[in-house]
Design a protein around this ligand. Structure first.
Ligand SMILES: [Zn+2]
Length: 312
């Protein structure tokens, strides 16, 4: 496909044409990247997508439990079905560069690093053979997770580390030690910052931890100073528009901070976060932003940035 085909697909608002063109998803949580239709088919049930925003993350998690997880087997079997759905979705939407994040307890659930990596690699090959997988190790869920860090990173399987809960689990000094370990192992360092909180947090944590990429980071758009810092240091924001709308980070796609970030020279990519919950595929994300006023040629540029893959 040449680059004009994506622009044409956007201008003709053809979801089908968009689906046929290679894309990247650099911010997707492994067990939550599938499409509702996969689970409807698997369980033989009807699942109604959430139509109004969630009040908070716990309400969101509750929705997932009551609408999807309740139809799945418990433990490893159910988890693997969720991961399978993520790969099936990547193949269906032609996501050729995919950064999925996995937590330490998911590695433990499958019996440790060797069993875990063999299983996930096997699933990628089986369900998304044309997708290059860049796995991220998600940290920040529980303090004991760092006990396994040496052993996990020694496996040389992960491409990056993604700090998901920068306020709740660790002190800044502890986060710096984790960052150093990630960098010593040659990994891309990401963190979930600037989804909630303050614009200045984005700058502070990016600088203190030496972040290569930021998951969300959209609150940076509130400050020209922070946007200039991100642009000058070429720090990439992996933005997830529907996630932000569904969690009331912004009101709609027309007022989404990605417009200001892009116009201010910040390197951005477009991603899904939790497709299973937010019910918007990557192709739909691009189309929504086009309909909200972004230029097709700018969205093509963003697609190309994402396809450069994972970089430091
Ligand atoms: Zn996320």
């Amino acid at each position: 496909m040449d680059e004009n085909s994506f622009v044409t697909a956007l201008k003709s608002e053809s979801l089908q044409a968009l689906q046929g063109i290679p894309k990247s998803d650099l911010h997707s949580h492994a067990g939550r990247g599938g499409h509702i239709s996969f689970f409807e088919k698997y369980a033989g049930v009807k699942i109604t997508p959430r139509s109004v925003p969630f009040e908070n993350l716990s309400e969101m998690n509750q929705w997932l439990k009551e609408n999807v997880k309740c139809h799945l087997p418990k433990g490893a079997e159910g988890y693997l079905k969720q991961v399978e759905a993520s790969f099936v979705q990547a193949a269906a939407d032609n996501v050729t560069v995919l950064a999925l994040s996995f937590c330490v307890d998911e590695i433990q659930l499958l019996g440790g690093m060797d069993a875990f990596t063999n299983t996930i690699d096997g699933m990628c090959k089986k369900y998304a053979p044309n997708t290059a997988l860049y796995p991220d190790l998600a940290l920040g869920y529980f303090r004991e997770e760092v006990n396994d860090l040496e052993e996990i990173l020694a496996g040389k399987w992960f491409s990056g580390v993604d700090i998901t809960n920068y306020l709740g689990t660790y002190t800044m000094d502890e986060l710096k030690r984790i960052s150093m370990k990630a960098k010593d192992n040659g990994l891309i360092l990401k963190a979930h910052i600037g989804e909630f909180g303050e614009a200045d947090d984005v700058w502070r944590y990016a600088e203190e931890l030496g972040l290569d990429q930021i998951q969300h980071g959209v609150l940076a758009a509130k400050s020209e100073k922070v946007m200039r810092y991100l642009a000058d240091n070429n720090i990439q924001l992996n933005v997830c528009p529907t996630s932000n709308v569904m969690l009331k980070v912004c009101a709609d796609y027309k007022t989404h901070p990605i417009h200001a970030l892009f116009e201010n020279g910040v390197r951005v990519t477009i991603n899904t976060d939790d497709l299973l919950i937010f019910h918007s595929t990557l192709s739909e994300e691009y189309l929504k932003l086009y309909k909200a006023g972004m230029k097709a040629t700018d969205l093509e540029l963003i697609r190309q940035i994402g396809l450069c893959g994972e970089r430091k």
